[in-house]
Design a protein around this ligand. Structure first.
Ligand code: AMP
Ligand code: GLY
Length: 449
């Protein structure tokens, strides 16, 4: 069979690596892929969000199954387009992916469903502001805003009235750059201006969520959902901040590990009962049939677990340790989700721990250079129990070079977290490229913010 993986990060390399072990022996294609995915199949030079070209390719090559890694194509509706064309594809459809692509909508849904989450207010441009943004000459030319008109000024007034810190979130997709945690509410005012007036993130930031800061340990709970059955995967945690001891700016994730070691069986049962079941039910009430991975970013607060955000896909880098621990065939697992037969599948997990250390480009998450040679990849791959997952890399002849912010996700499995960490860092020490940034404390925290 032919399988097409969409995306080109560490998560997608981990998916291709796992597919390569499948009993179905798939022919693997990855669009656009990286130097790592090319080790398991053929890279296809089509961007992950170019749905028309991906469809054309999938039809031409008679792809049997498409697996979507990142959120952008899901939110753009790739699953609807492929399904309408009669192609088999794994991931939620456009209406369901909105849970990640529209934070305002997700917040409203959480409220309706009674899912525990941060207290929040939503601000959207007023009618007049919207007219100005769209350059409409007459108010009638502007589309009516979706709900209450609160506007930038109200948002300012609200933040000014707060004594405590706030989190400002752009409602739309912003490649992990749309969330701003401000301990001092005054600092939040400039973020507000950047988003709503200067439109630094374009339409993605014109509607915003302002919410309380939650304090606690952060954990990623991912589930497979097949429309009715919810299967919670082994727990994982990632390190969002760039700097050690969780300091510095937020990134896509500088490392991850599984199990998280933070949750009891009781916590997991509570999260399933209070988060996953009600949110899937709330979606079903508005005729959304969720099929795919549903990822709840959770904060374990003193007042219980609360949702920070939902994602409509596997986490990156959480997928790397999770897929390293998953023993069940990935194609069988995905087929069960698509066919709605998850209740018949017993997933098997390696009871050992796995940990992923991200090697990033100097300057990430801001500006960074590309095209720097990476050395030591083979030596690292020879470290027993370690796998080097590529993210922002490309191959030019014999040379592998950097081509993105997060470059590699060096992942290891071991008897416990400590052993997995020792092995992962041993592999990391073999690899070098100019300016490489690596946190030395992956898996060590596990504190609050
Ligand atoms: P999100 O994309 O909403 O998960 O936000 C990215 C990161 O920002 C999260 O993983 C948290 O580390 C942090 N964050 C988001 N919302 C909050 C909150 N209400 N309180 C504290 N930290 C938050
Ligand atoms: N690691 C966080 C995410 O995938 O969104």
């Amino acid at each position: 069979m032919k399988v097409l993986v969409i995306g080109g990060g560490g998560r997608e390399h981990a998916i291709c690596w796992k597919l390569a072990q499948s009993r179905h022996m798939p022919e693997i294609y990855c669009a656009p892929g990286n130097a790592g995915t090319a080790m398991h199949g053929r890279n296809v030079a089509i961007a992950a969000d170019d749905i028309a070209k991906l469809l054309e390719f999938a039809k031409q090559e008679r792809i049997d199954l498409t697996i979507v890694g990142p959120e952008d194509p899901l939110c753009l509706g790739i699953v609807d387009v492929f399904s309408e064309a009669g192609l088999r594809i794994f991931g939620p459809n456009k209406a369901a992916a909105r849970i990640e692509g529209d934070k305002v909508w997700a917040k409203k849904l959480m409220r309706e469903a009674g899912v525990p989450t941060a207290e929040a207010r939503v601000f959207e441009p007023t009618f007049q502001e919207l007219a100005q943004i769209r350059g409409a000459r007459h108010p009638d030319d502007a589309e009516m805003p979706p709900s209450v008109e609160t506007g930038y000024k109200m948002a300012r007034r609200y933040i000014e009235s707060r004594d405590e810190g706030v989190v400002v979130k752009a409602s739309g997709l912003a490649k992990g750059k749309g969330v701003f945690v401000h301990d001092d509410p005054k600092d939040a005012l400039s973020t507000l201006e950047d988003l709503m007036v200067k439109r630094a993130l374009g339409d993605a930031g014109s509607r915003i969520v302002v919410e309380e800061i939650l304090v606690g340990r952060e954990v990623s709970i991912l589930a497979l959902v097949d429309g009715s059955t919810i299967y919670i995967l082994e727990s994982a945690a990632d390190h969002k901040r760039l700097g050690e001891q969780d300091t510095g700016p937020n990134t896509g994730g500088m490392g991850a590990f599984s199990p998280s070691g933070m949750l009891t069986e009781k916590d997991l049962a509570l999260i399933e009962r209070e988060v996953f079941v009600p949110i899937i039910d709330a979606m079903r009430r508005v005729d959304i049939d969720y099929r795919g991975v549903l990822y709840a970013g959770m904060m374990m607060t003193a007042g219980g677990p609360k949702v920070l955000e939902f994602n409509c896909r596997l986490g990156d880098p959480e997928a790397q340790p999770l897929l390293m621990r998953l023993k069940t065939d990935l194609i069988d697992t995905i087929n069960a989700v698509i066919d709605g037969t998850l209740d018949e599948l017993e997933l098997e997990w390696d009871r050992r721990a796995s940990l992923c250390v991200v090697m990033a480009s100097g300057g990430y998450p801001g500006h960074y250079e590309r095209g720097l040679q990476i050395t030591g990849l083979e030596e690292a791959a020879n470290v027993e129990n370690a796998v080097v997952f590529h993210a922002g890399t490309r191959r030019l002849g014999d040379r592998v070079e950097t081509s993105g912010g997060r470059v590699l996700g060096v992942t290891a499995i071991g008897e416990d977290l400590q052993m997995a960490r020792t092995t992962a860092y041993e592999a990391v020490r073999n690899i070098a490229f100019d300016g490489a940034v690596v946190r030395g404390d992956i898996g060590m925290r596990v504190s609050g913010r």
